[in-house]
Design a protein around this ligand. Structure first.
Ligand SMILES: Cc1cc2nc3c(=O)[nH]c(=O)nc-3n(C[C@H](O)[C@H](O)[C@H](O)COP(=O)(O)OP(=O)(O)OC[C@H]3O[C@@H](n4cnc5c(N)ncnc54)[C@H](O)[C@@H]3O)c2cc1C
Length: 460
């Protein structure tokens, strides 16, 4: 009987454990989790704060009892402190503070990521009681919840305008707070071209968020008026004070355990694995936000996402039992809802494609989500990137109102990217149509045709 230990109770660790139990119910699976919240959907945390999801327990994909019913053993509030690779033993700190060695045949590390502090001076020294917050774990969620309930802060500064920052801006506005969103770059949601980011910016402003771009926060301190962040805006000193500050400037891979065990670091200072989730250390596999991401267009990069972590975890669980599955690679598909708008992307943007060695062109287009004569049609704004050398689709960005199926429409491009289709082949796809829901040429194909028209001369 194989004894498999998975470290981490989030997307990667739990996916690995579930897959191993599913494939071979005789496998003895232990999951070591630093806190007591295994299999919680941290992606849903912003909707707990909007009040749409309650109680917090409903954020669990599965309860501990559900997980244990699959036959896995959960070691909660247990922190993995060291891996003896040669001896195949994992040292853990148990809830009572003692150290214990656990023997394994195969080890899967899914320790994920930690919130980045982006070098903001003073942040380490502040606590949630001071009103300074990050958001990544259920512990962070409870700390923020407690602060909102007890101190009842009226104003918030959100440092960062990426996916999580935007979702949390909506949550704070929904709670009646005043929100200032600070963004280092010239436009919010810098994973999209600024032309589309500007639409998201307008949506934030329309709902009362004060958006301040070109602003770099370098420090934060407690003052009599609250928490004061300082830095620079357009090269000039910048300072602003609020009751609460939430720093959401991305994540850094949590690699300490694997680094100490001898694993190498690669893109984004994440742990290097091959497509099979092998770390290079015998019998040690890894998955999730702590490792590099194999990408179908970029090669190896770092792109921490829940979707990818689930897939990598499943592959690690499978291969640890002797299979030979390879991770097919991400194409970087992402989507976010910001109030009544949805923004999505997949593949590469122009500058990313150039860096990756392609010869891209990007074309803007807009098309209605369904036939205009049927009530409720709204435009979807697109930016399509294709390779001018062979017409291959390289990427797509979409912004549209909620209800225009932006999330599912971006998935058609993601599927085409996976298959390596040209834009012309994408146009040939037999997509569904009925007037209340689409058009004979779906909006995604209208946008693709705009690219073909603009690049017709190049391709003949
Ligand atoms: C607010 C928010 C919203 C998000 N929304 C989306 C979204 O909409 N779509 C999307 O694709 N992605 C989203 N993400 C990203 C997604 O949640 C992560 O990519 C995913 O959860 C990563 O899973 P993971 O298992 O690699 O690691 P993590 O979620 O980072 O979990 C790591 C796990 O390891 C445990 N651990 C760490 N160190 C140790 C140790 N030494 N010993 C024992 N246990 C340890 C932790 O307790 C935790 O259980 C969001 C993230 C956040 C924070």
């Amino acid at each position: 009987m194989t004894h498999l230990i998975a470290i981490g109770g989030s997307d990667a660790g739990i996916s690995a454990a579930l897959r191993a139990r599913e494939l071979d119910p005789s496998t003895d699976v232990t999951v070591v989790v630093a806190d007591e919240y295994p299999n919680f959907s941290i992606c849903g945390i912003p909707y707990y704060f909007t009040g749409e999801v309650a109680p917090w327990q409903s954020l669990a994909h599965r309860t501990s009892a559900d997980l244990e019913a699959t036959g896995m053993r959960l070691r909660l509030n247990t922190f993995a402190t060291g891996i003896d690779v040669a001896g195949r033993r994992l040292t853990v700190r148990t809830p009572d503070g003692a150290f214990e060695d656990l023997a394994y045949d195969e080890l899967i590390v899914g320790t994920g990521a930690l919130p980045s502090h982006a070098g903001i001076a003073g942040l380490e020294a502040l606590s949630p009681e001071d009103g300074a917050h990050v958001i990544h774990s259920m512990g962070d969620t409870f700390a923020l919840d407690h602060d909102l309930t007890t101190r009842q802060p009226q104003s918030a500064i959100i440092v960062g305008a990426g996916y999580v920052g935007l979702e949390m801006a909506e949550a704070f506005i929904t709670r009646g707070m005043t929100v200032t969103q600070l963004q280092r770059g010239p436009e919010v949601l810098s994973t999209l071209d600024p032309e589309l980011g500007a639409l998201v910016h307008d949506e934030l402003t329309t709902h009362g968020v004060e958006v301040v771009t070109n602003t770099t926060v370098t420090g934060i301190e407690k003052t009599p008026a609250g928490l004061t962040v300082n830095g620079s805006r357009d090269g000039q000193p910048f300072e602003q004070t609020a009751d609460l500050v939430l720093v959401v400037v991305g994540v850094r891979p949590n690699t300490e355990l694997l680094e100490q065990a001898g694993a190498s670091l690669g893109a984004g200072r994440a742990v290097v694995v091959d497509e099979h989730m092998r770390t290079g250390l015998p019998h040690v596999w890894a998955a999730g936000d702590g490792i590099v991401t194999h990408h179908r267009l970029l090669g190896v990069t770092y792109l921490p996402l829940g979707t990818t972590s689930h897939k990598q975890g499943r592959i690690a669980g499978e291969n640890a039992l002797g299979s030979d599955r390879a991770f097919a690679g991400s194409v970087g598909t992402q989507v976010v809802k910001v109030f009544d708008l949805v923004a999505a992307r997949t593949g590469l943007r122009d500058h990313e494609a150039i860096t990756a060695g392609f010869t891209p062109a990007t074309v803007a287009a807009a098309a209605d989500d369904h036939k205009r004569y049927y009530p409720g049609a709204h435009p979807i704004h697109f930016r399509i990137t294709g390779d001018t050398s062979d017409g291959r689709l390289l990427g797509a960005q979409l912004v549209g109102r909620r209800g225009t199926e932006v999330a599912k429409r971006v998935d058609t491009y993601a599927t085409a990217l996976y298959a390596g289709l040209t834009i012309e082949q994408f146009d040939d796809l037999d997509l569904s149509y009925t007037p209340p829901l689409g058009s004979p040429w779906d909006a995604v194909q209208v946008a693709a045709q705009a690219w073909s028209a603009a690049n017709a001369k190049v391709l003949v």
